[in-house]
Ligand binder design. Structure first.
Ligand code: ZN
Length: 352
């Protein structure tokens, strides 16, 4: 590397550091709150346009309503994140990528809602991009909370198809890459394991950390569906292919084996768990046949893996937008609580 280009890299790194240290996303969370992160502005709903999409675009709110109805958490103990600003997003994204989102046509392609192309961009910003920026803020602050409490769940996030330069597959911002860069600078973290169990390949973070030895990627995905990103597959450290039609027992056996292998290959000080539920039987996109109980067992295995080793972990809900997904996710969180892998009780204010 020439001196000129290495000083350019140094400048870019210094600017990134400055942006992270000036950010308002790492809010102080009182002990009265539980490390469950959600805002009503996560949910995308306007003009009925969300009904055109095969997605349940309000699953995030429904998960929280199930949890609160079942007495697992009081709504007032849930952490409300801050929306990521342009400066926050520039920690990973380029100016040119963010500028491309000023075109409603581009956004409509990324979120796969063609009629959004016809809308004025201010409406797209307010009704589509703002909810996503709130979820990005949720993923980023989740890392801080996990470091303090051992675990955190962002009820949204997990946009694993988006990289610094390219969005796609409903993913507009690279929340996973952003969260990890914030954690490197703020949390004294240097070895991150991404466990990506969404049905789809996580090509966004794979491209972003292609050259970064601090990040180990375990990706278990269906190789026959979107995104078919063969370049990004080269950057998976431990890839486990699960073919269309794979059922629960085979899936969980493969996961057990993958976690054993991963542990031998890499010693993480932080785990990012991308817990997409599009592996559910009947999901038209994921094409796998995992039962609701299988989802709960899967999440339990990953939490056990991290919690028994005292490695802070965050869980992101990622893909899986069938009407049944929200109930399945809520049930899995309840199972984690029953197995004492998470503690949903809040402490009285003033007691740390
Ligand atoms: Zn997916």
């Amino acid at each position: 590397m020439s001196t000129a280009s290495s000083s350019k890299t140094d400048d870019a790194e210094a600017l990134r550091r400055h942006r992270i240290l000036s950010s308002k996303l790492y809010l102080d969370v009182p002990p009265s709150k539980v490390p469950l992160i959600y805002s009503s502005s996560y949910d995308i709903s306007f003009l009925g346009i969300e009904k055109l999409h095969p997605f349940d675009a309000s699953k995030w709110g429904r998960i929280c309503r199930f949890l609160s109805k079942d007495g697992i958490v009081d709504q007032k103990h849930i952490v409300e994140p801050v929306e990521a600003t342009k400066d926050d997003l520039l920690v990973v994204h380029s100016e040119s990528y963010l500028k491309s989102l000023n075109s409603s046509l581009n956004v409509s392609k990324i979120v796969e809602v063609p009629p959004a192309a016809m809308l004025p961009n201010c409406l797209v910003q307010q009704k589509v991009l703002r909810p996503f920026r709130k979820q990005v803020g949720g993923t980023i602050v989740a890392a801080k909370l996990a470091k303090e409490r051992g675990w955190a769940i962002n009820v949204g996030g997990g946009f694993h198809h988006c990289s610094s330069e390219r969005g796609g597959g409903f993913c507009v911002y690279a929340d996973i890459s952003l969260c990890i860069h914030f954690a490197f600078v703020h949390l004294n973290i240097s070895r991150v394991m991404i466990i990506d169990l969404d049905a789809h390949q996580g090509n966004g973070h794979e491209m972003d950390f292609s050259e970064d030895r601090r990040v180990f990627i375990l990706d278990m995905y269906n190789p026959g569906i979107y995104p078919l990103d063969f370049e990004a597959r080269r950057y998976i450290d431990l890839g486990v292919e699960v073919q269309s039609g794979t059922a629960t027992d085979e899936y969980l056996t493969k996961l057990d084996h993958a976690l054993e292998v991963a542990e031998k290959k890499f010693d993480p000080d932080f785990v990012v768990y991308n817990a997409g539920t599009d592996i559910l039987d009947g999901d038209p996109l994921g094409r796998l046949k995992i039962s609701p109980d299988g989802i709960a067992s899967r999440d339990e295995k990953v939490f056990r893996f991290a919690r028994e080793r005292n490695i802070p972990l965050i869980m992101l809900t990622s893909g899986g937008y069938m009407k049944s997904s929200a109930r399945v996710i809520a049930d899995s969180i309840i199972n984690l609580s029953e197995k004492s892998l998470i503690d949903m009780k809040s402490l009285p204010a003033g007691k740390a």
